[in-house]
Write a protein that binds this ligand. Structure first.
Ligand SMILES: Cc1cc2nc3c(=O)[nH]c(=O)nc-3n(C[C@H](O)[C@H](O)[C@H](O)COP(=O)(O)O)c2cc1C
Ligand code: SF4
Length: 470
């Protein structure tokens, strides 16, 4: 299959221009004109309809229709909030960082229009604590927007008021889960809440709250400016629009690539990101961040869309592809994945708290060669008992990829057990003093983090494929 594809930049358009992060730069490309038009000429319901018609699906993981979610908020005079989810803590995800850093006003304009549509007078951007540089960029941009009259009281004489605040999180992955985010924002420990009630009905401080991802909200001004039909001219019927996809792992050009949804997945991995280095071959990949069930190389032929990934038994999630090539040990990758979720579990519910703990312990036995092949069945049955039985989907986020790895690469798990068992057989006499040799340390795979994309230092960030082979 020919994997040559092109980027289609809407959200990352002009991203190379450093002036875009300033209000003058943003306005020089027509920025804030849509907000002015929306406040002057459009009723909130018209905007909600346009968003619904566009088919824009949430870009934070679940892929739920954004317009529908806005329409769930009750109408009328009452305090309502908008929360922009900028927690982005899933291994492999780094697109929101780039969107905020390069084009903060695109997000602010989207938040202002969405708040107007939802009737929210207060909005927050909940950003992960580690994104200090991006939070500073947002603070500066918000101050500029207030000065220019695009935020604050009686915006552009429309009678619409909006206060926007950046709230820096403390660096817990679970705070990206929307209800844990709300608790954290209220100053409590970030633990997920039972749903229903959903935040659209009872969210921040018990009031109706619209929660959307950075990329979702960044799309809003483009849809309102150009119309739902224009948006639907990109992507597929069920996954309209473009997607900023973070590609990382064993590829030559890791980075963020904006493509139309539905392009061949192999185009992202093999063409834009350059595929694995040298003669190495793709062995497996997570198509939607570390919580998505891994796919084998045949998955490269699939269209990169919500529906195709779901049909293949995985998910598009937040749109983060992590590639493992033939140098990567899948059992070690499973262990590293499980350790992440075990570390980040809030511990509120038993299947996740205990299941992540036991999965780590069992996978450690695998890589140490202490497990029997039968234990692989126990590992998969533990995962089956986690999925669908937790308060939030963090438990599932470990269980689904681990289960897929054990099921699809069972031979490799058995081989690792056998090899590690051989290596760790106590050698008496061979080393001269009769003492057993040490159990071998986990391989280099555990030191090298296969789940992290190459960090892109501020100032030298790149967008797209302009040939910088790593
Ligand atoms: C453990 C966990 C972590 C999450 N982290 C994020 C995150 O960092 N950013 C995000 O937008 N959504 C995250 N989500 C999804 C949110 O709960 C929610 O669905 C999303 O913010 C809604 O926005 P959207 O409809 O625009 O995608 C996470 C979910 C879970 C269960
Ligand atoms: S699934 Fe895990 S992270 Fe989510 S509420 Fe339960 S224990 Fe907490």
């Amino acid at each position: 299959m020919n994997f040559e594809i092109q980027e289609t930049r809407i959200l990352l358009r002009h991203a190379e221009d450093p002036k875009l992060a300033t209000i003058e730069g943003y306005r020089s490309y027509g920025g804030y004109e849509t907000l002015q038009r929306a406040l002057k000429d459009m009723e909130p319901d018209e905007i909600v309809n346009e968003l619904e018609e566009s088919g824009l699906r949430g870009r934070g993981g679940a892929g739920f229709s954004m317009g529908k979610k806005v329409s769930f908020l009750p109408r009328g005079e009452q305090t309502k909030y908008l929360c922009c989810n900028a927690d982005e803590s899933e291994p492999g995800a780094f697109k929101d960082r780039e969107l905020m850093q390069r084009n903060p006003h695109q997000l602010i304009e989207g938040i202002a229009i969405a708040s107007y549509a939802a009737g929210a007078g207060h909005a927050f951007i909940f950003i992960r604590g580690e994104y200090e540089a991006q939070a500073d960029v947002l603070d500066r941009a918000i101050a500029e927007a207030y000065d220019a009259g695009f935020l604050g009281e009686d915006i552009l004489g429309s009678g619409f008021d909006l206060e926007l605040v950046v709230y820096r999180g403390a660096g817990a992955y679970i705070c990206g889960e929307e209800t844990a985010l709300l608790d954290a924002l209220e100053g409590k420990r970030g633990n997920p809440r039972l749903k229903p009630p959903f935040p659209a009905v009872q969210g921040l401080y018990g009031q109706p709250t619209l929660i959307n991802n950075v990329e979702t909200l960044s799309n809003v001004s483009h849809i309102v400016a150009n119309g739902a039909e224009w948006f639907r001219s990109f992507g597929t019927e069920q996954s309209p629009g473009t997607k900023v996809v973070s590609v990382s792992g064993r590829v030559r050009r890791p980075g963020n690539y904006e493509v139309q949804l539905g392009v061949p997945t192999g185009g992202l991995v093999m063409d834009l990101a350059g595929g694995p280095p040298g003669d190495h071959k793709v062995k497996a990949f997570y198509p939607g961040g570390s919580s998505s069930p891994v796919l084998t190389p045949e998955g490269l032929d699939l269209p990169y869309s919500f529906e195709a990934m779901a049909e293949a038994g995985s998910m598009l999630g937040s749109g983060s592809i992590i590639v493992a090539d033939d140098t990567v040990s899948i059992p070690h990758m499973a262990l590293r994945t499980a350790r992440f979720y075990h570390h980040e579990s809030c511990g509120k519910c038993t299947p996740c708290r205990e299941g992540t703990n036991w999965t780590v312990k069992m996978l450690e036995r695998v890589v140490r060669g202490e497990a029997t092949p039968m234990e692989l069945d126990i590992i998969t049955s533990v995962q089956d008992n986690i999925v669908g039985h937790c308060l939030c989907v963090l438990g599932d986020s470990m269980a689904m990829p681990v289960s897929a790895m054990v099921r699809k690469f069972r031979d490799e798990f058995e081989q690792v057990i056998a090899e590690a068992a051989l290596e760790s057989v106590p050698v008496t006499g061979g080393n001269g003093n009769g003492a057993p040799t040490e159990v071998p340390a986990l391989t280099e795979m555990l030191e090298r983090d296969p789940l992290q994309g190459r960090p892109v230092p501020a100032g030298e960030q790149r967008v797209g494929a302009e040939g910088d082979d790593a």
